[in-house]
Design a protein around this ligand. Structure first.
Ligand SMILES: NC(=O)c1ccc[n+]([C@@H]2O[C@H](COP(=O)([O-])OP(=O)(O)OC[C@H]3O[C@@H](n4cnc5c(N)ncnc54)[C@H](O)[C@@H]3O)[C@@H](O)[C@H]2O)c1
Length: 422
């Protein structure tokens, strides 16, 4: 096995291509985006990821990695294109279908075809295999078809691509083994061989586990709000049980994995996936819950100025995809009662459809600051500065990250601890 063709050069496909090239494979990366191709052939990239520019540059200069708009013959093909959800929360596998259709004319008997994109259960069996059947292949005998999901953490992709355990699910046991061989040259973590559908479900359940547990924490925070209890203290104490690990509440769940993947299961087994569906609903309800609390906190002011801090779905990144903070900002802007200011030091103007303010502009004469992302900048907010600049020094910390205290003229509310609110 010498040559690999990788379809989709985004956050997953590009680092994968670079790491495989570094390990000695001849790699051709394919994308529909011309700019990505032109830049990559010069050794340059558009995505941000620690260490990636250097690894890509070296791989391109060594001649082991190049980019093309069209696939070409190879020993193995890896598909890493997006799998978003439609507006009705059903999976959109059109990119996967189109990528597979594009490689079919270049695949020969004995080749390995791997889908790395996160896909609904049975997609390899019911969607991908039939495309090869239609093209005259016996998908169980002529080729080795597998799903190998990715579980890397942005920021650590180059490390985790190599060190994480990998699940390799084959359409047949032989396909799983052949696909596992592709990774063995690169991956130092365990390679766990199974069936395609089991691999599909395992990946989805990893993110579903986290979504359901965050929903439980969010539900706890609402219950504590009604009962006048501090949910954070409850979590701290309950987690001293050796087998309990309650998660943290927040303003909702965002990103293109946790907020998306559970729907792939709900779609396939709607009657059975009760907790999973309800967890999505609970997490989706959090932006409204946050806005309701903002209304309560400012009910006595005719036109309150509210400064919303943080737009990304998690701290210290610039990614606003599916972010609940964006939904909260939009709901606040729609409400004519509020004078809204939005501040996020990690987000650029062109990423959003509303104006952004500097820290100074946002804080000046504000009646309330709402923390929606746990950026380091917000963890270090200075109590004295807030008290001196705000019209009414009140902070609503939905991430429980600031460390600000209910002292020296400042009032602090938290999701999960609204005891000071009448
Ligand atoms: N980014 C992550 O942290 C992460 C983690 C685990 C799993 N995943 C999964 O990996 C898959 C890819 O995600 P990503 O973050 O790399 O996406 P991405 O949007 O960063 O990149 C996808 C790339 O595919 C290209 N593309 C789309 N259709 C194409 C086609 N038909 N032919 C060739 N190229 C095409 C796009 O132009 C883009 O460059 C998704 O299924 C995602 O859910 C992502």
């Amino acid at each position: 096995m010498q040559k690999i063709c990788i379809i989709g050069l985004g956050y997953i496909g590009l680092p994968t291509a670079a790491v495989f090239a570094r390990a000695g494979y001849d790699v051709v990366g394919v994308d529909v985006n011309k700019k990505v191709i032109e830049l990559l052939n010069k050794g340059e990239i558009i995505i941000e990821e620690n260490g990636l520019p250097e690894v890509v540059k070296e791989a391109v200069e060594s001649g082991k990695l190049r980019a093309s708009l069209e696939p070409e013959a190879a020993d193995a093909f890896i598909v890493a294109v997006p799998t978003p959800v439609h507006a009705d929360h059903t999976a959109n596998v059109d990119y996967v279908v189109s990528a597979v259709e594009k490689i079919v004319p270049h695949v020969k008997k004995g080749d390995v075809v791997i889908v790395e994109s996160t896909i609904p259960p049975r997609t390899i069996d019911d969607v991908v295999a039939p495309i090869f059947k239609e093209a005259g292949f016996d998908p169980e005998k002529d080729i080795h078809l597998a799903h190998c999901p990715e579980r890397v953490l942005p920021g650590r992709i180059l490390i985790e691509l190599v060190e994480n355990a990998r699940i390799v699910g084959g359409l047949t046991p032989e396909a799983a083994e052949k696909a596992a061989d592709v990774y063995r040259r690169v991956v130092t973590g365990d390679i766990l061989v199974t069936e395609a559908v089991t691999a599909e479900m395992s990946k989805l359940m990893e993110n579903t586990f986290r979504d359901v547990n965050i929903a439980l924490a969010n539900e706890l925070s609402k219950i504590c709000g009604v009962l006048g209890v501090d949910a954070h203290k409850v979590i701290e104490l309950a987690n001293r049980h050796p087998r309990v690990n309650l998660h943290q509440p927040g303003p909702g769940v965002g990103g293109h994995c946790l907020a998306v993947d559970p729907y792939f299961i709900v779609e396939k087994a709607p009657a059975e996936a009760q907790i999973i569906k309800m967890s999505r609903d609970i997490n989706n309800s959090m932006p409204d819950y946050v806005v309701d609390q903002i209304v309560r906190m400012t009910g006595d002011i005719e036109r309150p100025t509210v400064a919303l801090f943080g737009l990304t779905y998690k701290g210290n990144i610039d990614d606003v995809r599916e972010s609940p903070a964006i939904e909260i900002v939009e709901k606040m802007i729609e409400n004519p009662r509020f004078n809204v200011r939005v501040h996020d030091p990690h987000v650029r103007d062109e990423q959003v459809s509303f104006p952004l303010s500097s820290f100074e502009e946002a804080v000046a004469d504000a009646h309330l600051i709402v923390i929606l992302a746990d950026h380091n900048e917000f963890k270090q907010l200075d109590q004295h500065t807030l008290v001196s600049k705000m019209a009414r020094p009140v902070v609503f910390d939905t991430k429980n990250c600031t460390g600000l205290q209910n002292t020296n003229g400042l009032t602090v509310h938290k999701i999960g601890d609204l005891r000071g609110l009448s």
